[in-house]
Design a protein around this ligand. Structure first.
Ligand SMILES: [Zn+2]
Length: 143
């Protein structure tokens, strides 16, 4: 099935905008309680009129997003590798992910995945191969 690129972007961005201009801290970061205290004192912990670019709140094994205060709390130290894990976990059920690349300054990481839910197709006709790996139309056989 063909999946339109702009739909991929929309699906990913709905969750990923939680990271845009957000504060990302590890759950045991000593700054976390202090920052939340300041947000509380400033009255912006539960949202501010200027905070309009909010993503959908999420909570996974690896990260929790608090869109109202533009904060993401992570399990592990934030690295490009960690970011790939978080993003894959967030989107794996929504998109058929084959590869994720992250760069930050001079750091880069790349992870490839075996997409699930895809069908082997005949390279000649483009139609799905049968259970024996053969094309029902032209007889091509996958070896
Ligand atoms: Zn064929």
């Amino acid at each position: 099935m063909v999946f339109p690129c702009n739909e991929i972007q929309k699906t990913a961005w709905a969750l990923l905008k939680n990271f845009d201009h957000a504060l990302i801290l590890r759950e045991d970061d000593p700054l976390l309680p202090a920052v939340l205290g300041v947000y509380e004192a400033q009255g912006i912990k539960n949202g501010a009129p200027t905070n309009t670019m909010k993503g959908a709140a999420f909570m996974t094994e690896l990260a929790t997003a608090y869109p109202d205060c533009r904060l993401v709390v992570t399990k592990e130290t934030m690295t490009v590798e960690g970011m790939i894990k978080i993003v894959y976990d967030l989107l794996k059920d929504k998109l058929n992910i084959a590869k994720i690349t992250f760069t930050s300054g001079v750091n880069a990481a790349c992870q490839e995945y075996k997409p699930t839910g895809t069908v082997d197709r005949c390279p000649l006709c483009g139609i799905a191969l049968d259970e024996n790996g053969a094309c029902p139309k032209c007889g091509y056989k996958k070896h």
